[in-house]
Ligand binder design. Structure first.
Ligand code: WT7
Length: 650
């Protein structure tokens, strides 16, 4: 936590929207008088009917969170229509294809027409306010059109990342009983095709067996590759929209009407459907986007995430478009055609603000500086990081090599559940320390709590990160399971939102996220529950028991380490290892590919049968010298075999 401090450069401070004095004043107001603060900032979006109530939230009992509850608005209207007069001809979306010669610019007026046509096409096929629509799409403009078209008519989208398998997609379709799916024939990433429509065909079959009928699959033609066609169910996107008018009145939505569901992994059980609503979410996403990225007229803003993750929701689509910004959407990967791609795109489209993940930075760092140095990057003025703790080496490389010491880095800590950025520097206000997410955003009150629930209120402290009061972007419930919402987030520490992260606070009051303290791992910025990987493994014929932990991985942040106990009669050889990797990919998707599989005749369990993961984590880290007390194990001798056969010997 020591190391260099980077002051705010004078030139940055002069042009920035928020300086340090303003940060301090606003922050104080936001915690002293949340009602007054948010009453003012809630007006940053347009309301058809203004709210008179601002905040009505409780973190105890049944946990009820309502913001701006009597206001009426529409997210699509705020992201499009209200900009038309001033920005109709301004580019809203710059699309950069997987192939460097493939790109496209969409103005706000064009965006309006595309979204309206699609909204009408959906209505014509029976989609109504409150219906759940599943999107399983590549990073193409149609993904943004589809999100905004849902918002326009009050349908609730549930985006499933294209890297998830048919089974995982089916789970999510069934989970929110969605009968309308929008996909593409194939996706294209790094020159490779992804069989999206084929995966949907398989998922729909599974969903039907589980009692959820998908009656429409709308298909964007992306590659024109060969696909199967079911004419009573499938419809081409381009045909459906071509018959529609480019006007569609935005639905009147109450502030607390649902906007989207996004499935995310927890420490137990199946992924949960995180539900975000309309008014508070949009206020918070747009406000953080404006101030954290200091986004101003003329900026070209690029967030490299996928819309399948919350980062893509809040900081590719809703935040930037609500602010009338120009947002870049990238279909490809950082390494294709080569490791200069990000910087080539920056130069090609004159990107000024660039937001990516530590795993990408580390991978590009590994490729060498020549891929950076042969590009100009002279338009860049701000860099951002999200998804996992950024190690100081990667931070320094990003700062020195990519930004050439001219661009502040905003290391933004937040979660799918929080809707928007929570702890972050503001570029014109905050001195930077590599590896620290620094200070809370307006309205956010972090607390560090120990395992016994004791709050550590001294400045220098360490503990489990909790947030003590509500903010407008917060999730409202787990879709269809409010009890799980209460249990997961508000029961560990009564009356507080528990994030699942560990954290330190230094003498300057800066926060340093140390990573998850629960059984969630973060692999290349993708969040995964170890329980999900375990249940995929035990569903294979050969496996009787499995325990999965994360271990430090140079590029991915964390790798997936699996301990597997086999059924009698199976040989733990490389052939079976491959088969198990394949099996997990099929059950969850390529993003869950195990990195290491260790066959273990026994797992370390307490006498009550609980697996002691602490021991498994240590062995996976090759740090078996400090296993701690193993005397409470039912059979302490299993530990010797585990150490002997560890897969990360150095
Ligand atoms: C978890 C949330 C937020 C959008 C992307 C991930 C980790 C996220 C940071 C950061 C340290 C971070 C946390 C958090 N995380 N950003 N800047 N520094 N850790 O969203 O999939 O919901 O994952 O990602 O562990 O709890 P998510």
């Amino acid at each position: 936590m020591s190391g260099e401090v980077y002051p705010v450069p004078a030139a940055v401070k002069k042009k920035a929207l928020i300086d340090d004095a303003t940060y301090k004043t606003w922050y104080q107001q936001s915690v002293d008088d949340p009602e007054g603060f948010w009453s003012k900032h809630g007006q940053r979006i347009d309301w058809f009917k203004p709210y008179t109530k601002v905040k009505n939230t409780s973190f105890t009992g049944k946990v009820a969170i309502k913001w701006f509850e009597d206001g009426v608005t529409n997210v699509s209207y705020n992201c499009i229509d209200r900009h038309l007069e001033k920005r109709g001809d301004q580019v809203a979306i710059i699309w950069e294809g997987d192939n460097p010669y493939d790109d496209k610019k969409i103005t706000y007026r064009e965006l309006h027409d595309e979204v309206c046509r699609l909204a009408n096409a959906m209505k014509a096929r029976g989609v109504k306010k409150g219906d759940r629509v599943t999107l399983y799409l590549p990073m193409i403009p149609e993904a943004a059109y589809a999100m905004l078209a849902c918002a326009r008519i009050g349908a609730v989208h549930s985006i499933v990342f294209g890297g998830f398998s048919p089974d995982a997609l089916a789970d999510r379709i069934v989970g929110c009983e969605s009968s309308f799916v929008i996909t593409a024939d194939e996706g294209l990433r790094g020159g490779k095709k992804v069989p999206l429509k084929h995966n949907v065909d398989l998922a729909v079959e599974v969903a039907e067996r589980e009692g959820v009928e998908v009656d429409t699959v709308m298909v964007v033609r992306r590659t024109a590759g060969k696909i199967e066609w079911f004419s009573d169910r499938d419809v081409w996107y381009h045909e459906a929209v071509s018959e529609q008018k480019p006007e569609c009145k935005p639905a009147r939505m109450k502030a607390e009407d649902p906007l989207f569901i996004l499935y995310t992994s927890g420490s137990t059980g199946k992924p949960k459907g995180v539900l975000h609503t309309t008014g508070g979410y949009l206020v918070y996403a747009s406000m953080t986007h404006q101030y954290v990225f200091d986004c101003q007229d003329g900026d070209i803003y690029w967030c490299t995430a996928d819309v399948g993750w919350v980062t893509g929701h809040s900081y590719i689509v809703y935040g930037p478009l609500c602010n009338g910004a120009t947002t870049l959407m990238f279909e490809g990967v950082p390494s294709y055609p080569d490791a200069s791609r990000f910087w080539d795109v920056v130069d090609k489209h004159k990107v000024t603000i660039f937001y990516t993940a530590p795993t990408a930075i580390r991978a590009l760092m590994g490729a060498g500086v020549s891929f950076v140095n042969r590009t100009s990057r002279k338009t860049l003025r701000l860099l951002g990081s999200v998804g996992e703790p950024i190690n100081p080496e990667a931070w320094e490389w990003y700062y020195n090599v990519v930004g050439e010491k001219k661009c502040p880095i905003v290391d933004t800590w937040w979660q799918t559940e929080t809707g928007g950025i929570m702890i972050t520097p503001l570029p014109g206000a905050t001195k930077l320390k590599p590896g620290s997410a620094t200070r809370p955003f307006f309205g956010i009150q972090p607390q560090l709590v120990d395992n016994e629930g004791q709050v550590h209120s001294e400045t220098v402290a360490e503990g489990n990160l909790c947030i003590v009061d509500s903010w407008p972007g917060q999730m409202r419930t787990v879709y269809g399971d409010h009890e799980r919402f209460i249990q997961t987030y508000f029961s560990t520490y009564k009356g507080k939102y528990f994030t699942g992260d560990g954290c330190k606070r230094d003498a300057d009051g800066y926060y340093w996220i140390t990573g998850r303290v629960d059984d969630v791992i973060n692999v290349s910025g993708h969040r995964m529950g170890t329980a999900e990987v375990e249940s995929a493994l035990v569903s294979h014929d050969s496996v009787s028991e499995a325990a999965v932990v994360g271990y430090p991985h140079e590029v991915k942040g964390q790798g997936i380490y699996c301990y597997v106990t086999l059924m009698g009669g199976y040989d733990g050889d490389d052939g079976l290892r491959k088969a198990l990797v394949q099996h997990v990919r099929q059950e969850i998707g390529p993003i869950a590919s195990p990195d290491k599989i260790q066959f273990a005749p026994g797992l370390p369990k307490t006498r009550s049968g609980k697996i002691m993961r602490r021991i498994l984590r240590k062995i996976a880290e090759d740090d078996f010298g400090s296993l701690g007390d193993t005397s409470t194990l039912a059979d302490p001798s299993v530990v010797d075999d585990l150490i002997e056969n560890r897969q990360n010997k150095t």
